[in-house]
Design a protein around this ligand. Structure first.
Ligand code: NDP
Length: 310
């Protein structure tokens, strides 16, 4: 494979200015790659593309790099059949997502979201004596123990939260004090104050957090989803919040995005909604750029791509 010209699709503008990544990749330090920002009006003679969204026209390219970790929106089989290489950006989101999840947990424990809401109404409302707590000594069950799961375990672990992991095998990992296999998910989520979804959306994980899962959680549990909306049965989550079978949720991803104005999820005091930005950081373009530049070198060297999916 030869990549003479690389495109940056302007859909990446949802996360960072395409021009920043273009300058980064074109700089001599990062290989002096011939890079052009492209839109939907033509591929501009590029052989590969860095993108947020998929377009049918990309099937004619040699290589697609997704600036996200999740590849659930790409037609994997079709790309494979046409011999198009797909790489993703897994590996860069551990710290940002870890800090976002720590922020949710701190908000719930220290009641920060209540104070922000009261402040908007100019109200001096102190919490009830037993509402606030400290994170130290609480437990988080983290479902999905890859880059995101380990990043979350690392950051919340440093705040004194005990971390339990769930993955396909029960083999231990240093970041987690205890490990469960996915078949025993309901056992793993039965006690912890926090349950955090960090799994990819696949045929196996679609709807993993259903009515039975929410019923298995403790009534004081808060559910966090920073994975994909599809891993949750959203009506079952709403029902669990309405009935009080769980205490609250912090959600960065949804079945439909943007979250429709009519969604009941906007209406709960104990639900924190963030607009799929849990991994945002001003360094995002650099982190993606490092992977892309590395892959350009690898194409020239031996064709062994980093983060190859297809
Ligand atoms: P990784 O590939 O690093 O990790 C995924 C982990 O999930 C693997 O370690 C795997 O562990 C585990 N896993 C896979 N299938 C199952 C299953 N059926 N049950 C339990 N565990 C499973 O991916 P990332 O951590 O980088 O990203 C995970 C997902 O998070 C992405 O696919 C994306 O959808 C989402 N994401 C969301 C972001 C946001 O902005 N909110 C940002 C980045 C990612 P094992 O092989 O041991 O089972």
């Amino acid at each position: 494979m030869e990549i003479d010209r690389l495109g940056i699709h302007d859909s990446v503008a949802a996360v960072f200015p395409p021009e920043r990544l273009r300058e980064f990749l074109a700089s001599e330090t990062h290989g002096g790659i011939d890079v052009a920002v492209i839109g939907d009006d033509g591929l501009g003679g590029v052989d590969g593309v860095v993108t947020l969204e998929h377009r049918d026209a990309f099937r004619d390219l040699e290589w697609i790099h997704s600036i996200q970790a999740g590849i659930d929106r790409f037609p994997l089989e079709a790309l494979d059949e046409r011999g198009v290489v797909l790489t993703n950006s897994t590996g860069i989101h551990g710290r940002s997502i870890g800090e976002t999840v720590a922020g949710y947990l701190l908000a719930f424990a220290r009641r920060l979201h209540d104070h922000v809401a009261a402040g908007e109404r100019r109200e001096w409302n102190r919490p009830e004596w037993d509402e606030a707590f400290t994170l130290s000594g609480t437990t988080a069950c983290i479902v999905g123990t890859g880059t995101l799961g380990r990043g979350v375990a690392d950051v919340v672990g440093s705040l004194g939260v005990r971390t339990v992991g769930v993955r396909r095998s029960p083999d231990s990992l240093p970041e987690f004090e205890e490990m469960y296999a996915t078949e025993t998910l309901h056992e793993a989520i039965a006690g912890p104050e926090f349950v955090v979804a960090t799994v990819p959306l696949t045929a196996d994980t679609e709807g993993l957090f259903d009515r039975a899962a929410f019923e298995a959680m403790a009534p004081e549990a808060r559910f966090v989803n920073v994975a994909r909306g599809g891993v949750v049965d959203e009506p079952a989550l709403v029902a669990a919040l309405e009935s009080g079978s769980i205490a609250g949720a912090a959600l960065d991803v949804f079945e439909t995005e943007p979250l429709p104005e009519s969604s009941p999820l906007w209406g709960f005091e104990e639900v924190i909604v963030t607009p799929h930005c849990g991994a945002y950081t001003r360094d995002y373009y650099r982190d993606v750029g490092e992977i892309v530049a590395d892959n350009v070198v690898r194409i020239e060297r031996d064709g062994e791509f980093r983060n190859r999916v297809v």
